[in-house]
Write a protein that binds this ligand. Structure first.
Ligand code: DGL
Length: 263
């Protein structure tokens, strides 16, 4: 059976795996987390692109029918190069998240939050403008959110204080839709909602990319409709650290995570 390959800089891509399992319970997945080289968020476009190609090469050795780039930073930097290099469909998080935000906004003012790399690339902004040039996009990098989530700090006062500081410009800009443009941010939804207010719609890229994967596989007649799929997890370093974080990202602890020596 052919697999869906998923890669991320580390553990965050499990938010995408969780959604893929929900949307496509009969599909089997292979996940690769580049824990030896995480985080990608502050690295250069060239470096993130090189790592992404190596990650996709690893997945392509495992009979994959599609590669999902769960990492927002990798999606922002490397999609064109990946699409040139690999023949299977490459699905990133940018277009699905942007599409949903464009569909959702009523006042044509969309906010985007992500890592420094994602925001610097302007990938979400460009995609939103391509879909609807009238929309105004306001972007802010929130680099402290990733370490907070990895510390398991989801509701602490310090997180709220930092979130207020990062998100104030987006509140001032009166966005009515906010893209959570990083794998880790869905875990901070409560705090982000508290700061932005109930009326602002939060767009979860993880959920949107799973819907897109389903659409693409279905369109190509590659969808598995029977049986229960499985997921194999691989990392480039520190499987114990990865395992320790899986419960909060995936909703269940993992027993088996294999370490890969040469990506
Ligand atoms: N996975 C990254 C992203 O979605 C966040 C973690 C990192 O910086 O590597 O942008």
């Amino acid at each position: 059976m052919k697999l869906i390959g998923v890669f991320d800089s580390g553990v965050g891509g499990l938010t995408v795996v969780k959604e893929l399992i929900k949307q496509l319970p009969s599909e089997s997945l292979i996940y690769f987390g580049d824990t030896a080289r995480v985080p990608y968020g502050a690295k250069s476009k060239e470096t993130v692109t090189r790592f992404s190609i190596e990650n996709a090469l690893f997945l392509s050795k495992h009979n994959v029918k599609l590669i999902c780039v769960a990492c927002n930073t990798a999606s922002s930097c490397a999609l064109p190069k990946l699409r040139k290099k690999f023949s299977v469909p490459i699905v990133g998080v940018i277009n699905p998240g942007a599409k949903e935000a464009v569909y959702t906004t009523k006042n044509n003012r969309i906010g985007v939050i992500g890592t420094k790399g994602t925001i610097k690339s302007r990938a979400y902004e460009d995609e939103i403008k391509r879909l609807n040039p009238k929309i105004k996009v306001f972007s802010t990098a929130c680099p402290l959110f990733v370490p907070f989530v990895e510390e398991g700090w989801l509701n602490q006062d310090v997180v709220l204080t930092v979130a207020k500081k990062y998100l104030q410009p987006l509140k001032d800009a009166r966005v009515d839709t906010l893209i959570l443009g990083c794998t880790h941010y869905p875990l901070l939804k409560k705090v982000i909602k508290k700061v932005m207010g109930k009326k602002v719609v939060l767009i979860d890229s993880a959920k949107e990319v799973a819907i897109e994967v389903k659409k693409i596989l279905s369109g190509k007649g590659l969808l598995n409709k029977r049986g229960k799929g499985r997921v194999d997890f691989f990392v480039s370093d520190n499987p114990e650290w990865f395992k320790g974080l899986t419960e909060s990202f995936l909703g269940k602890p993992l027993k088996k995570v294999k370490k890969v020596d040469n990506v």
